[in-house]
Design a protein around this ligand. Sequence first.
Ligand SMILES: [Zn+2]
Ligand SMILES: [Zn+2]
Length: 348
Amino acid sequence: MKALTHTSYKALEFGDAPDPVIGPTDVLVAIHACGICGSDIHGMDGSSGRRVPPIIMGHEAAGVITEVGNSVNDWKVGDRVAFDSIVFCGRCKSCRSGRTNLCSDRRVIGVSCDEYRRHGAFAELLSLPQHVLFSVPDEVSFEQAAFGEPLAVAMHAVNRVNLVGGETALVIGAGLIGLLVTQVLKQKGASQVFVSDLDVDRLALAKKLGANDGWNATTEDVAARIKAVTEGAGADVVIECVGAGPTIGQAVECVRNGGTIGCIGNLATEVDLPLQQLVTREISMFGSCASSGEYGEAMAALAAGEIQVEPLTSAVAELSEGNDWFQKLYNGGEFDSSYLKVILKPNC
Ligand SMILES: [Zn+2]
Ligand SMILES: [Zn+2]
């Protein structure tokens, strides 16, 4: 098969790779669309230690089943599928409690690290265990379905808040995840959603996607703005999609007493936390990582047109052009608002 292989740091090569072999409980999927994730870009220079060459990256994908193992009963050749990027064991304590994203023996597709190497979807074919598959509704294109992974991540974070409806929310960071979180907050009942970022184009896009307003954190006092629209109280919910000291501080400043801060971003490994405020104002703070079964919900929302992903799609290209796109994104394009999500197509 043809594949885009990360052969050495900062280098990718499009060429022949061995066809994947499937076991009795696996399926073989012809990949039709696979998104380039920020973690793939950060991984290609070795800084994350999560894309050790040689590895075929790619974990945000969808395609069609071309072969099924002997013991596969629930899926058949021709089914359109997307998949959970985490291959979980199904047996550990986390898996048994439904928190498959916290599996103690998880293997992430398209990742290679000290413990394992699991090839991903920047290839014509990918072998997947049947238990990570989700079906893609007919109304959803493969390009849309490739957003299933980041959308499930956004939904997982919002689900952890347990919205009751009518909340005022603030999203810090209007990157791809922030723009999906913005839409999911609205879809799940928040009455007002505000967004802060440093990039005016991304703020404009946030408003186009349903945000009540977008505030430029370099020129505006975001805390004053959120207080002005909440009778001085602050946001009920803040979802922090950056993960840096200043934005964590901003989250604490902007949340109301007794409010909730969800953290998805983790740009910095450690930050200072205004602990006294957290304690005396009884702020709840939680982390959110990947997703645990939200793919079905994500596909349904895409099929119903409740979440828009076309405005987030910057480019769709053939897999053979993948190296050019990776280099462009690595050399700064990732922070360019015109490159929110690039999708590669191994089978055109
Ligand atoms: Zn990703
Ligand atoms: Zn497990």
